[in-house]
Design a protein around this ligand. Structure first.
Ligand code: ZN
Length: 95
């Protein structure tokens, strides 16, 4: 997801867009796949923090996260906007 790589199933892990502790569930609209490298880089940071620090991950996230629930995408995009981070043009919230 974040680095745009196509991965073997055994190297994938799932990551929650909206953290469970903040009310996120495990449905398909709230999880993205991440390789171990990306998961390690992201560590325990909130998704928006990771995306704010990594421009490539940000581009890939908004390009690839088409099945993520729109309200979760919107929450991430709004948090990035609050931090002054530019949202990629392909973001579905800014057609
Ligand atoms: Zn990756």
């Amino acid at each position: 997801m974040y680095c745009g790589q196509v991965l073997d199933v055994e190297n994938l892990s799932v990551d929650h867009v909206q953290p469970r502790m903040r009310g996120g569930d495990g449905s398909l609209g709230n999880v993205v796949t991440a390789c171990r490298g990306c998961n390690t880089r992201k560590a325990g940071r909130p998704l928006w923090r990771f995306l704010a620090d990594d421009a490539e991950a940000r581009r890939n996230f908004f390009r690839l996260a088409r099945y993520v629930h729109p309200r979760h995408l919107k929450a991430v995009a709004e948090e990035l906007a609050r931090q002054g981070v530019p949202i990629p043009e392909s973001c579905p919230e800014t057609p």
